[in-house]
Design a protein around this ligand. Structure first.
Ligand code: PLP
Length: 378
């Protein structure tokens, strides 16, 4: 492909920091670079504690343990999301309850949450699609009324905000991803953001194989032992070294992505006016991070035609997600609450356009080919 869908961006400082960690002999987790990255996250998001993990999936698994979920407990989430949003809870025996999405942002429809609540409901997992926030005020209010835990899947949401509050820091906890397809990367990587002192303490233990190793090193306890369930969720400090190089550039990376996002948005406006596609909607309350530019075609068939046309021109576009309720595992372990018509419809018509640092020079060509492709298939 001449223009791939994604190409990971490297700042140029990654290897230098990795060799620093290497030279210090800091190979395991929680060294100097991990400390810098967590401090950066705490400072930027205002959460009480940020802990690096080896993926957002791992952070979601930690959140399921922290929420004390057990067999039969229900967790409300969208069906239009990545597998890990549900899998992390299924691993605890909990039941994902799938609620439909809003047609504007493709986020969990907050007006349909309450009707999905039963006496087994324990948590709500809003996923901020494309780094555009869910309606968090309404979601937090529902959770407060029903005594539910809110876990934000902010995998795509670094540097985004809702009413000025950074994503991942609004709920009781939130998770971030630094996978190579996200905005700020370390290959594989993630973090859990925690609010509340007690929960932060417990998260440290769960992340360190269920031991109080961290408290021991701080001199708070005189021996280190097995005190909770847990696993090994922490990344090597060499991965944190890679991530630190990216965090230093996070502002600049986001700015450059936003310029490309805005270019797509401006140049595709006329096609939207002609009814050939629909562009993303960013609500007033949201500041987004240009994680993704997608378009919605009028039908699934039109999507395939455009995708094939673009591929023939060397431009790679992709779509996602297979709605979880329609997947084999989703229908076995979860259940839908109400109609999922928006989910089914939108998932079939969405197309993601390439957006990566360095493709600035290709933007005109991609936009031009979308115009040509749509005029041939109308
Ligand atoms: C990428 C992503 C994940 C998984 O992140 P990993 O770091 O790869 O585990 C989870 N949820 C959503 C919504 C994602 O986009």
């Amino acid at each position: 492909m001449k223009i791939p869908f994604n190409k990971p961006y490297m700042t140029g400082k990654e290897l230098g920091y990795i060799s620093e960690a290497h030279a210090k002999g800091q190979l395991s987790g929680d060294g100097e670079f991990t400390r810098r990255c967590s401090a950066w996250l705490e400072q930027r998001t205002g959460c009480d504690k940020a802990l690096l993990t080896h993926s957002c999936t791992a952070a979601l698994e930690m959140s399921a343990i922290l929420s004390n979920l057990g067999p039969g407990d229900e967790v409300i989430m969208p069906s239009y999301t990545f597998v890990s949003t549900a899998n992390a809870f299924v691993l605890r025996g909990a039941v994902p309850v799938f609620v439909d999405i809003r047609s504007d942002t493709l986020n969990l429809d907050e007006t349909k949450i309450e009707q999905a609540i039963t006496d087994r409901t324990r948590a709500i997992v809003p996923m901020h699609y494309a780094g555009v926030a869910c309606e968090m005020d309404a979601i937090m209010e529902i959770a407060r009324r029903h005594g539910l835990t809110v876990i934000e899947d902010a995998a795509q949401g670094i540097m985004s905000a809702y009413k000025g509050r950074p994503l991942g820091s609004i709920g009781h906890m939130g998770t971030l991803s630094f996978h190579e397809t996200k905005n700020i990367i370390s290959g594989e990587g993630g973090a859990i953001l925690l609010n509340g002192e007690q929960q932060a303490r417990r998260a440290e233990i769960i992340r360190e194989k269920g031991t109080n190793r961290k408290a021991f090193f701080r001199g708070e306890v005189d021996k280190y032992s097995w005190v909770d369930i847990g696993s090994s969720f922490l990344p090597s400090d060499m991965i944190a070294a890679y991530l630190w190089a990216q965090m230093e550039e996070a502002e600049a990376i986001t700015r450059r992505r936003l310029v490309m996002w805005d270019t797509y948005h401006r140049e595709l406006e006329a096609l939207e006016a002609q009814g050939l596609l629909r562009r993303p909607v960013i609500p007033e309350a949201c500041r987004h991070n240009a994680h993704m530019y997608y378009i919605l075609l009028p039908s699934a068939e039109k999507r395939s035609l455009l995708m094939d046309y673009l591929r023939s021109k060397g431009i790679n576009t992709v779509f996602h997600y297979v709605p979880l309720h329609s997947s084999e595992m989703g229908s076995m372990h979860g259940r839908p609450a109400g109609s999922l018509d928006q989910t089914t419809d939108l998932a079939a018509r969405l197309l993601r356009l390439p957006l990566w640092l360095g493709m600035e020079e290709h933007m005109d060509e991609v936009i031009q080919e979308i115009r040509s492709g749509l005029s041939r298939t109308r």
